[in-house]
Design a protein around this ligand. Structure first.
Ligand code: PRP
Ligand code: MN
Ligand code: MG
Length: 180
């Protein structure tokens, strides 16, 4: 049996939406000379964030996905990032924005940006809705960050706990309750 837990709301759906509007404004400003931005969502966690973010980007975008997994069904980073699904399109000479839900140890974002940089994009920028700097194991920081959060086990808005809770509309913190 899984340990019982409850979920406490950490960041409301409203607060997320307001922050995404601000982030989108920054991105539009920084990429105003780009004719078509390639927005790359890292599956699976970023699927909700990228959907909301691109709808706030009032500019031409191409949407692509890359699946990288370091945790699998475990809650511990394996520190070994696997590419399970590669991009569909070419990014050479293109302006690319990599979209992550959360940067924790940093292994995933570091691995993915290194990989994509070998394909010689004109520009490679990164955005993470959440940043947990206290857990960092590799020196990486997203160019755009929605919220810096403490070392809580978070779920919702695309983020899972053992493949559950991705569909919560807010970011919550998992709190384990005492076994009876
Ligand atoms: C989670 C999360 C980030 C990554 C962050 O993905 O969505 O992609 O871990 O952790 P890190 O900074 O320690 O690498 P996961 O590997 O669980 O796959 P998922 O997105 O399919 O849930
Ligand atoms: Mn992920
Ligand atoms: Mg996960």
């Amino acid at each position: 049996m899984a340990r019982p837990y409850v979920i406490d709301e950490l960041i409301s759906a409203k607060a997320i939406a307001a922050r995404i509007e601000e982030l989108a404004r920054d991105i539009r400003r920084d990429f105003r000379d780009t004719d078509k931005l390639v927005v790359v969502g890292l599956l699976r966690g970023s699927f909700v964030f990228i959907a909301d973010l691109v709808r706030e980007l009032d500019m031409p975008v191409e949407v692509d996905f890359l699946e990288a997994s370091s945790y699998g069904n475990s809650t511990e980073s394996s520190r070994e990032v696997r590419i399970l699904k590669d991009l569909r399109g070419e990014i050479q000479g293109r302006d690319v924005l990599v979209v992550e839900d959360i940067v924790d140890t940093g292994h995933t974002l570091s691995h993915v940006t290194k990989l994509l940089n070998t394909r010689a994009p004109a520009r490679l920028a990164t955005i993470a809705l959440l940043d947990k700097p206290s857990r960092r194991e590799v020196d990486v920081k997203a160019d755009y960050v929605g919220f810096e959060i403490p070392d809580e086990f978070v779920v919702g808005y695309g983020i899972d706990f053992a493949q559950r809770n991705r569909n919560l509309p807010f970011i919550g913190a998992v709190r384990f309750t005492e076994d009876a």
